[in-house]
Design a protein around this ligand. Structure first.
Ligand SMILES: [Zn+2]
Length: 284
C-alpha cells in the first residue's frame, strides 16, 4: 500500500465515489493518529501541512516523517503541502520533500493566479510533484461576506480556462465554503459544484470543511468532489483529547500518560470524518 501520489489517489476517489479526508497536521501525533484512523477504516487518506507553521516544525521534518509513516501504512497515504501563497513557498515545499503542493493565487487577479500557478506546475513537473491550485477565493468563516457573496465563488467558465492554461492537477473551488469556524451555517452551492464537475476533468477540492453540516459534505462527495480539507476541527479534537486525558489521570503530572491518553479521541475523530466522506462504503 503505502505512499501514493495525491493526484493518483484523487482520481481513484473520483472514479470510486468516495471523498478523501485531507487532514492538517502539526507534529508526530497528529500525523500518526490520522494514518492509524485510515488504517482502521481501510480507506486512503491525505496528510497535509500548512507552511505558515514552519516556525513550529520545519517543512522537511513533517514531510519526511509523514512519508516514512505512509510507506509503512496498510492503506494508501498521500502527503501534501497546503496553501503556498507564493512561488517561493511552493518551491520550498518541493525542496523539502513534499510530493504534492498547493499553490494558492486565489487572492490575486485571475491573470496573476494563472501565471503563478503555471510557473509552479512547470517547475513541479521536473520533480514529479503534483500541484493543487485554487480559483475563486475561499475566505474566512468569520467573515459573512466570504460565505454568502457569490462574487467570491468559482466561475465555471474561468475554471475551464484556468485548468487548461495552468495544467494544475487538482482544483480547490469556492462554493460557499470558508476557513476556520463559520459565524453562520454555510450553504454549499450544489448547482455550481455540479457545473464545475461537468466542465473540468481534474479532481475538485473543498477547503474549510470544519463546520460544514454532514449532509452537505456527503452531497459534495456524491456530486463528485474528491478532497476535503479538515484542520480546525482536528486541532479542536486534539485539544479536547488532551483535556480529557489530563482529567482522566487526575492531574497527576504524568506527561507521558497525558500524551498517550489523548490518542483514542484523536483517532476516533478522524475515523468519523473518513466514514462521513465514504457514504458508498468504499474500502481498500
Ligand atoms: Zn484552505
Amino acid at each position: 500500500m503505502s505512499l501514493i501520489k495525491v493526484n493518483e489517489l484523487l482520481q481513484h476517489a473520483t472514479a470510486h465515489h468516495y471523498g478523501v479526508a485531507a487532514i492538517n497536521t502539526v507534529n508526530y501525533e497528529t500525523v500518526a493518529y490520522a494514518i492509524e484512523a485510515a488504517e482502521l477504516e481501510k480507506v486512503p487518506i491525505i496528510i497535509q501541512f500548512y507552511p505558515g507553521l514552519d516556525k513550529y516544525i520545519p517543512l522537511n521534518h513533517i514531510s519526511y516523517m509523514a512519508k516514512d509513516l505512509a510507506r509503512k501504512a496498510s492503506v494508501p497515504v498521500a502527503v501534501h503541502l497546503d496553501h503556498s501563497a507564493s512561488y517561493e513557498i511552493a518551491m520550498s515545499g518541493i525542496r523539502d520533500g513534499f510530493p504534492s503542493v498547493m499553490v494558492d493565487g486565489s487572492a490575486k487577479p485571475f491573470e496573476e493566479n494563472v501565471a503563478m500557478t503555471a510557473a509552479v506546475v512547470k517547475a513541479a513537473a521536473v520533480f514529479d510533484v503534483d500541484v493543487e491550485a485554487e480559483l475563486g477565493h475561499v475566505g474566512s468563516g468569520a467573515n459573512l461576506d466570504d460565505i454568502v457573496n457569490a462574487d467570491h465563488y468559482t466561475s465555471v467558465e474561468q475554471a475551464v480556462e484556468f485548468v487548461e492554461r495552468t495544467g494544475c492537477g487538482s482544483l480547490a473551488i469556492a462554493v460557499g465554503n470558508a476557513h476556520g469556524d463559520y459565524i453562520q451555517k454555510p450553504n454549499l452551492d450544489y448547482d455550481r459544484i455540479r457545473a464545475i464537475r461537468a466542465a473540468v476533468d481534474v479532481p475538485l477540492v473543498l477547503h474549510g470543511c470544519s463546520g460544514i453540516p454532514d449532509e452537505q459534505m456527503q452531497m459534495a462527495v456524491n456530486l463528485g468532489m474528491s478532497k476535503f480539507n479538515v484542520a480546525t476541527e482536528y486541532f479542536a479534537a486534539m485539544y479536547r483529547s488532551f483535556d480529557a486525558s489530563i482529567e482522566a489521570t487526575g492531574h497527576n503530572g504524568n506527561g507521558l500518560g497525558m500524551l498517550f491518553g489523548a490518542k483514542e479521541g484523536m483517532v476516533n475523530f478522524v475515523r468519523g470524518k473518513i466514514r462521513l466522506l465514504n457514504p458508498n462504503g468504499y474500502t481498500v
